[in-house]
Design a binder for this molecule. Sequence first.
Ligand code: ADP
Ligand code: TRP
Length: 332
Amino acid sequence: MKTLLSGIKPTGRPHLGNYLGMLKPGLELASHNDYQSFLFIADYHALNFIQDQKLMRELVLEVALTYLALGLDPSKTFFYRQSDIPEIFELALILQCVCPKGFMNRAHAYKAIVDKNRAEGRDEDDGVNMGLFNYPVLMAADILMFNADYVPVGQDQIQHLEYTRDLAIKFNHIFGKTFKIPEALVKEEVAVLPGLDGRKMSKSYGNTIPLFEPDNKIKKIINSIKTDCKGANEPKDTEGNLIYLIYKELASPEETEAFAEAFHSGISYGEAKQKLYEKFIEYFSGPRAVYEDLKAHPDTVFDILAEGQKKVRPIAQEGIQIIRSKIGINRN
Ligand code: ADP
Ligand code: TRP
């Protein structure tokens, strides 16, 4: 049976980019009986960015609620917090020892900070902590710990998957075949969903459409999507239009066709945004009801995560024994 695994770091409220790029495809595959699936909250990955006790607690809950509201079935999917599985951190340390430093110097997130520091005349490592530098190694440990075959992610994570593959190959070469070589699964049409300002939709840019805000806030956010200055009645292009792109992901093919027609015959952007808003609210109304209900009972959510830990930890404990024996750090 093939294994599927993905995670999300609790650094903000989950948004439409996370949904279309990772949560939707991940949850769809996880609901198939022919996969074994692991979906988790990468809380130690978030510690690089969130260094506030209260906020960390809130955001971990927010990510857990999001998975469950969108249909994650904890009786089918291994659902857990990364921090509940200490074997992952042991594996991360082991992988660090086969990971050349120069390799990490080329990681996008780290390199972008170094380049910015250089351009602005600061010390090149200004603001970089070791957690950020080692981020890709911890992510490799998340994936290799459970020998995942497939990892559904958005495009920005492809380099991390390449690092994971390289580290697995390197380890296997030194110590003998231990890890499977995982593959990223990236959905092409929404590999990089643009945000309100046209840059990649990301919690770090504050340009997101969060999934479970109150209606009036969603309306305001959708109304702030940047458009060109084509007036009412002027025919509009669907190609590259964010309102159309999102609508298409949430609506049926017939509705999408009618929406495209409306674009060509000159629907105003105001009206198009109103239609998108209505579709968004309709699409997420079921999940939102579950979200609200669970949010009022956070203990239930933490109990579900504790159950997840009970199921996942023995798998990791068995896995780490094999890895320890490969490297000669146990009695056998
Ligand atoms: P963010 O950039 O908002 O911090 P994360 O890094 O936590 O998002 O991403 C969680 C998952 O969602 C990853 O698999 C990532 O590739 C995916 N993702 C994030 N933003 C987008 C986007 N704009 N389009 C497609 N997928 C995305
Ligand atoms: N780095 C991912 C992100 O920023 C989150 C993540 C951590 C992850 N570990 C993972 C994703 C393992 C897939 C598999 O979104």
